[in-house]
Ligand binder design. Structure first.
Ligand code: FES
Length: 280
């Protein structure tokens, strides 16, 4: 049995045995084929690091030592550079992850709408804390700092699918259903929650055909748009349109400040195939 989040007495996570074992030949060949497709999408191959780390997770279930070696070799990076990225973003897991990552939002809005209570009860129900995994390897529980769905607070995510307007009981039912192997439908999005490895492959850029399933924006997200239409509100002109009509769009702004509808136009600092400038 795998050790999910096994920790030493000092609290440091131990490295799972397979983390450094070489990939089987067929697995490695498939990884190289997939990586080639991902790298081809970017002007510079180092830009493919984020999707490649997801690709590693789609195979290993987390970012293994051998996965870091693979990314470094394919992208001509050092393992330190790859590790630096893999340990920065919380979507990358550095120890075996459960089949479902369940993220309870405990950021301000969700917290006051019941997120803290959900967290307390689900954590106790599962007997695990933040970034820990149930012994059956099914659920990894996380505190999340805003699921970007505040209009449905309190929000829980399972493998980044939305479960809106949750309660402690509905979330306990959710994790029980996931552990029991039932198909679970999120409030919005695809018809069922896929496994962590499946979702990781999608995040690596290999579509599963489910992107257009289900509801995208729900009623709460569209409410402002409906009000604006009812009342004939329109957005102020942006910078470029403002130039054409006498700068009306930026009237009243301090010099050098953009209006909220201006999009800064950054000039590309690198051209396809070029090397980054020194010091960047
Ligand atoms: S505060 Fe919970 S989704 Fe934003």
């Amino acid at each position: 049995m795998e050790h999910y989040g096994l920790q030493t007495a000092a609290g440091h996570l131990t490295v799972a045995a397979e983390s450094k074992e070489p990939y089987a030949d067929d697995v490695l060949a498939q990884l190289h084929d997939d990586a080639e497709q991902v790298v081809a999408r970017y002007p510079q191959k180092r830009s493919a690091l984020l999707p490649l780390l997801h690709l590693v997770q789609s195979v290993d279930g987390y970012v293994t030592g051998r996965g870091i070696d693979f990314c470094a070799e394919v992208l001509d990076l050092t393992t330190a550079e790859v590790s630096g990225v893999a340990t920065f973003y919380t979507q990358y897991k550095r120890h075996p992850n459960g089949e479902f990552t369940v993220g309870v939002c405990t950021n301000t809005l969700c917290a006051i709408m019941g997120g803290d209570q959900i967290w307390d009860e689900v954590s106790e129900h599962l007997g695990i804390g933040h970034d820990e995994t149930t012994a059956d390897g099914k659920i990894t529980l996380e505190r999340v700092e805003c699921n970007a769905a505040c209009d449905y607070a309190p929000v829980v995510m399972a493998n980044w699918e939305f479960f809106d307007n949750q309660t402690p009981d509905s979330t306990k039912q959710l994790v029980d259903d996931l552990r029991a192997g039932k198909d679970v439908a999120p409030t919005r999005g695809a018809a069922k929650v896929c496994s962590f490895k499946q979702v990781s492959r999608v995040l690596a850029g290999f579509h599963d055909g489910l992107a257009d399933e289900g509801v995208g924006a729900g009623p709460s997200s569209l409410r402002g748009l409906e009000l604006a239409k009812d009342r004939n509100w329109t957005a102020p002109n942006g910078k470029h349109a403002a130039k054409a009509d006498g700068d009306a769009g930026t009237a009243g702004l301090a010099p050098g400040r953009s209006s909220s509808t201006d999009t800064p136009s950054n000039d590309a600092d690198e051209q396809a195939g070029s090397k980054p400038a020194e010091g960047k």
